[in-house]
Design a protein around this ligand. Structure first.
Ligand code: SF4
Ligand code: SF4
Length: 386
């Protein structure tokens, strides 16, 4: 491996984890590539239909039951985590049950989940995993490796817990006792037998009696240790390619891509936690604006979307989805006295035969919603057309 020379007593597990640290991963751990313990929970979740329209999850349920379906002969899984925000991004910034207040200076903007503020994490994580896999391949010819970062049917959170990276909280996210939950995961499978270092242990569940994420979720998507994707703003804004249920639209608030509420309220993301380290998030994840200008999004062409979102995870949402999300955010945030101008814009979109049908329908819905309710002072500062 091309790295600092290892000591004579350094095990292969220690070497791999040292290289993970040298490559900039905040956390790393090793686990046996065995069937994941929560696979039956995944099946029950799918059976209940909580995956919504993400049919690929149902199709991939069987491969997720056994890592050797992803890499034949897999014996070990190495899991890594990047930290994309510091603990000061959440915890006690606002009371449970409330949205984090939007910056008034960003009025007319919709919020983006923090993991998508900078470069697409899939690439940022995977590029370094490929470096490590190439080094191991050179040292261990004949062994197989397959890297992933949400790009293979692997129950990443389950294996991250098994590898000692953290525990799975009631909001279903991996939480590390030192760093909190602003983490993105990746890893690789290998046919090599790698023993976990002796110091690595399983992290116990520290949620205790806390229910802050459950109480704060704007759409009531969380039951302990389970999120109903059909109600989750992340699913509604990133994965759902058709209309958003009008009953859920008000809860979406001013989010246009993802949602951070259940992390913002988590006490384990508080900078004031005792004995906790804040950690230094990777700068690749903070290089862009945390919001999108709603009016601009509505004017985007395909080319604009590609230009503005090049290299960003936000490209997961189609142009029509982003426009739908922008209209929902406008509907939720438009201030008294501004509705007339916004309504004119929405009516024009609703009439535009060149516009996507879902976008036109959302414009009509927002106009109908406004027609049936009195003008309000606006919620969360989003949605004003400037
Ligand atoms: S991401 Fe938002 S909507 Fe989804 S479970 Fe968390 S708080 Fe609820
Ligand atoms: S908010 Fe509370 S219950 Fe939810 S994940 Fe954090 S510690 Fe667990």
């Amino acid at each position: 491996m091309t790295s600092a020379p290892s000591g004579p007593s350094e095990s292969i597990g220690d070497r791999v984890l040292r290289r993970c640290r040298e490559l900039g991963f905040a956390l790393a751990g090793v686990a046996p590539a065995q069937p994941p313990v929560r696979w039956s929970d995944l099946c029950a979740w799918l059976e209940a239909g909580k995956h919504g329209s993400m049919d690929y999850l149902r199709r991939q349920a069987d491969p997720r039951a056994d890592p050797s379906a992803v890499l034949p002969g897999a014996r070990t899984i190495v899991m890594v985590a990047d930290q994309y925000a510091s603990r000061s991004a959440g915890g006690e910034g606002h009371a449970p049950g409330q949205h984090a207040p939007a910056d008034p200076a960003r009025s007319g903007h919709g919020r983006v989940a923090r993991y998508a503020w900078g470069q697409d994490y899939h690439r940022v994580v995977k590029d370094r995993l490929h470096v490590l896999c190439d080094e191991l391949r050179a040292d261990h010819p004949g062994e197989l490796f397959r890297a992933f970062a949400d790009t293979a049917p692997v129950m990443e959170r389950d294996f991250a817990a098994a590898a000692g990276i953290g525990w799975i909280g009631k909001n279903t996210l991996i939480i590390n006792p030192r760093l909190g939950s602003w983490l993105v995961l990746g890893g690789f499978l290998t046919t090599m037998a790698i023993e976990p270092p002796p110091a690595q242990g399983v992290v116990p569940d520290h949620c205790g009696t806390c229910t802050r994420c459950i109480d704060a979720c704007p759409t009531g998507a969380i039951t302990p240790y389970s999120v109903d994707a059909r109600r989750c703003i992340s699913y509604l804004t990133i994965e759902r390619r058709s209309d958003v249920d009008p009953l859920l639209s008000p809860g979406v608030g001013d989010w246009v891509f993802g949602c951070d509420v259940c992390q913002e309220v988590c006490p384990h993301n508080s900078p004031r936690g005792e004995g906790f380290e804040t950690g230094v998030p990777r700068r690749e994840y903070s290089s862009r604006t945390p919001t999108l200008d709603l009016s601009e999004v509505l004017s985007w062409t395909m080319g604009d979307r590609s230009r503005v979102l090049g290299g960003s995870a936000i490209k997961r949402a189609t142009l029509a989805m982003l426009k739908r999300n922008a209209i929902i955010a406008m509907g939720n945030g438009c201030r008294s006295g501004e509705r007339a101008a916004v309504a004119e814009r929405l009516a024009s979109i609703a009439r535009d035969e060149g516009e996507d049908v879902m976008v036109r329908r959302q414009a009509e819905r927002t106009l109908s919603q406004w027609a049936g309710e009195p003008e309000s002072p606006g919620r969360g500062g989003g949605g004003r057309l400037s």
